[in-house]
Design a protein around this ligand. Structure first.
Ligand SMILES: Nc1nc2c(ncn2[C@@H]2O[C@@H]3COP(=O)(O)O[C@H]4[C@@H](O)[C@H](n5cnc6c(=O)[nH]c(N)nc65)O[C@@H]4COP(=O)(O)O[C@H]3[C@H]2O)c(=O)[nH]1
Length: 697
């Protein structure tokens, strides 16, 4: 018993009983405080004023029955009530207990004397009862909260037994399955939730049942194609019965998003092809597989030749469409096990794996090349594309993926530069690559530091044997490396854009030289200057040339511009306009390296050019290869049919010269007559007024 005061209200109309009870109680313990009421009315009054901890209530009181009183106050009571009854009224007392009394006492002298212990015990019981009720209420509340939460969870939650039968399911589970409680409870989880007929051993439920630990895994819903992350956790509900909580979270959107991100990180979004990151990964794998299998891996890097022009003239939408067509064709041209990647822009890479024979690479290359060059139809338009290819091989060139990619790139660059469609990497190309970077830096200073100069090579008229003009050829005297050939630095100048100021300088220098020779009293000579593709595309070419001619006061008749076929065929309409503007100034125009590119004779007819320069590669073979000879003869014919002059370049032997004379070529240029000469030597040649017929005869 604690030391707190216990207030006891005794409601008894029989005064002697009340006194006896009070006396026993007060005599028993100090903490008892006793008050007496003799009616229900007084009882009610004292309950509010005395605030009893226990009520000893006589069954029959003058103003009413205790049972009625209990019934009317049952809900609010915070104290125990003991009914006191006379012998023989026990039945009524039991009724009083039903109405809310804690117990009853039959009034006898013995029970009066035992009253303190009865009160003590009753207070203890009451306190325990209160605790239990409070605990029950709290448990009820908790349960309600839990159930609300359980049903409010968006995750599908089920509780199942060891046989994986559902014993409880939340609202999300019913919502997902569309089942009623009757249809879900007792069903096997896999069937009821996931529409699966068999249980997968990797199911987190199965694993949890096996080793008693929580397991998490992914479950694909068989019918609605959604993906769930499922966690199963065991919990002991009683000592011998185990339950498992199964929480399934719908992660379909998350997975979709993850997949999308992964795709974006590893693919080119326009074409859907593999990107550089994934290609490198696959190349690493292919190399390690090839190491074991003793096979080759080939990398074919290709760059579309005229793509920029297509893009600029037709707009990016059509350009994109074209790239998608290229991607499809490349994929079709190789096996499924090979990889086609896009590195951005118009650069694609094909990785060929499990190659047994190196010759197979060239066969695949032929397929690719053929697929790419077939005409493209975009809307009402038809296009032809060509590409430059660079090939590198594992194990011949490297066993490192980055290096192989770089080597394929260097080889492609080499192919482009040399005008061949394909180049296989060789070690000297690699060195050239290193060189290129250094040259690029030095080239920036070349103009400023007067390291550039022009050499002149005569063109000889085959009818007169005399100089018919000359070609100005750029030379770079590098302070450390000595003379660098144009084939090495012009492509760098093209790439960096430096060719524009350099090209302007060449025209200015040719005009300056022309004036200087005239001033020296030498016969007027037409100087041909090579134009670069970039200069030609600039748009203000005619204006620039006119400005230079005006600045030096040189007659336009003394200047010739040499363009290549590819420069004008890139964008024939624009080229035609520019050529007309140049022609309008009075310049001579010639098509250089004729025969090496793709020319449409239809277009050619519409271009105001004066000469076709037959590429030296044809001249080289003219006496050894009958087909080479017929190409040259045809070009001369074409030129004459179009009212153009035919000039052969790279003439080195008398046999070549004789062939050209026999085939009615108009003029020649080549080492047989003279190499390109520095100004003093060429000036001497001019002054000599040399006639080469003696040589040609
Ligand atoms: N094997 C052999 N070669 C001969 C013979 N006769 C002449 N050549 C060389 O053939 C090239 C002819 O010039 P290209 O076709 O315009 O080809 C030129 C031209 O495309 C470019 N280039 C040169 N100067 C300029 C320039 O000022 N501007 C631009 N944009 N390109 C230039 O560089 C290319 C190479 O120029 P070069 O090295 O000077 O090489 C010159 C010349 O030296 C011969 O009988 N045999």
């Amino acid at each position: 018993m604690n030391n707190l005061v216990n207030r006891i209200l005794v409601v008894e109309d029989e005064l002697s009983h009340a006194k006896a009870i009070k006396r026993y109680l007060l005599a028993y313990a100090d903490q008892f405080e006793v008050s007496v009421a003799d009616s229900l009315q007084e009882c009610r009054h004292q309950i509010s004023t005395f605030c009893p901890d226990i009520l000893l209530l006589d069954l029959n009181l003058p103003d009413g029955q205790a049972i009625e009183y209990l019934k009317s106050t049952d809900d609010k009571r915070s104290y125990p009530v003991l009914i006191m009854t006379a012998q023989g009224s026990e039945e009524l007392a039991v009724e009083a207990i039903k109405a809310g009394a804690l117990d009853y006492i039959v009034k006898t002298p013995e029970t009066f004397s035992a009253m303190p212990r009865i009160v003590e015990r009753s207070l203890r019981e009451w306190s325990a009862l209160q605790d239990r009720q409070r605990a029950d209420a709290e448990a009820g509340q908790a349960r309600q909260e839990w159930e609300t939460t359980f049903d409010a969870m968006s995750e599908v939650i089920t509780i199942h037994d060891k046989q994986m039968r559902i014993v409880r399911a939340n609202a999300a589970a019913y919502h997902m399955t569309g089942a009623t409680p009757g249809e879900l409870i007792g069903q096997r989880c896999c069937e009821a939730l996931w529409s699966k007929t068999s249980i997968c051993s990797e199911c987190p439920q199965v694993q949890t049942i096996w080793d008693g630990k929580s397991h998490c895994g992914m479950v694909h819903h068989q019918h609605n194609e959604r993906i769930f992350e499922v966690t199963t956790t065991p919990f002991p509900a009683s000592s011998d019965l185990e339950y498992y909580i199964h929480v399934a979270r719908d992660i379909t959107t998350q997975k979709k998003y993850e997949k999308q991100l992964e795709f974006q990180a590893t693919h080119d979004l326009l074409t859907g092809l593999t990107n550089r990151v994934l290609l490198k990964d696959r190349l690493d794998q292919a190399i390690s597989y090839a190491k074991r299998s003793g096979r080759y891996v080939a990398l074919v890097l290709l760059d579309l030749d005229r793509f920029k022009v297509v893009n600029d003239t037709l707009g990016h939408a059509l350009g994109d469409e074209l790239l998608c067509h290229v991607a499809i064709r490349l994929k079709k041209a190789v096996r499924d096990t090979d990889t086609v990647a896009r590195f951005g822009g118009d650069e694609f890479v094909v990785m060929l794996t499990q190659v047994c024979d190196k010759n197979d690479v060239m066969a695949v290359f032929d397929n690719i090349s053929e697929a790419l060059t077939a005409p493209y139809e975009l809307g009402a338009r038809r296009f032809n594309l060509s590409a430059s290819f660079g090939v590198s091989l594992y194990p011949d060139h490297s066993d490192d993926s980055d290096t192989l990619i770089r080597y394929a790139d260097i080889a492609m660059y080499q192919a482009k530069k040399s005008g061949n469609s394909c180049a296989i990497y060789t070690s000297d190309m690699g060195l050239e690559g290193v060189d290129t970077l250094e040259l690029e830096n030095d080239l920036h200073q070349a103009v400023e530091h007067h390291q550039l100069s022009l050499h002149y090579q005569p063109k000889v008229n085959l009818r007169t044997g005399q100089i018919a003009g000359c070609e100005a050829l750029l030379r770079w005297q590098h302070p450390q490396r000595g003379m660098i050939p144009p084939a090495k630095f012009i492509p760098i100048a093209e790439q960096t854009g430096l060719i524009v100021p350099i090209g302007r300088w060449v025209i200015e220098e040719a005009c300056r030289q022309s004036l200087s020779w005239l001033a020296a009293g030498l016969p007027p000579i037409r100087i041909a200057v090579n134009l670069s593709a970039r200069q030609f595309r600039l748009g203000d070419l005619a204006e620039t040339v006119k400005e230079i001619l005006d600045q030096f006061g040189v007659s336009s008749d003394l200047l010739e511009l040499e363009l290549t076929e590819s420069m004008i065929m890139d964008d024939p309409e624009r080229a035609r306009k520019t050529l007309h503007e140049l022609k309008h100034l009075g310049l001579h125009l010639s098509l250089d390296d004729f025969g090496t590119g793709y020319s449409s004779l239809n277009y050619l007819r519409r271009f105001p050019v004066d000469s076709l320069k037959i590429d030296q590669s044809f001249i080289h073979d003219v006496t050894t290869d009958p087909s080479g000879a017929s190409v040259v003869a045809s070009i001369v014919d074409i030129a004459h049919n179009l009212n153009l002059n035919a000039i052969a370049e790279g003439v080195e032997t008398r046999d070549q010269l004789e062939f050209l004379v026999a085939n009615d070529c108009d003029a020649v240029q080549g080492y047989l007559f003279s190499k390109p000469l520095p100004v003093p030597e060429f000036t001497a040649l001019l002054a000599e007024e040399k006639c080469w017929f003696a040589v040609a005869d």
